[in-house]
Design a protein around this ligand. Structure first.
Ligand SMILES: [Zn+2]
Length: 79
């Protein structure tokens, strides 16, 4: 009889890193806007007010992710 050992280790090593956390909010920036403030939500996701700068891409779009609440601020392609 072979004795089977059940691994108690959770299978997290091979878990693919998600591009965005589940349920992350996406906030659209105004045209030409690169600076945006974020303080999360009033609830559990609240955090101190911080200012973020969206990095403009070659196509004119821009985006930045809040390091606190993972909220994504996006600016559509200019034009
Ligand atoms: Zn935030």
């Amino acid at each position: 009889m072979s004795k089977q050992t059940t691994s108690a280790q959770p299978d997290t090593a091979h878990r693919p890193a998600p591009q965005h956390p589940a349920g992350a909010d996406i906030v659209m920036l105004k045209d030409g806007q690169t600076r945006v403030s974020c303080h999360g939500d009033d609830g559990a996701l609240g955090h101190p007010l911080i200012w973020l700068t969206a990095e403009t891409q070659p196509d004119g779009s821009a985006s930045v992710t809040c390091p606190y609440c993972s909220r994504i601020f996006q600016r559509p392609i200019a034009g």
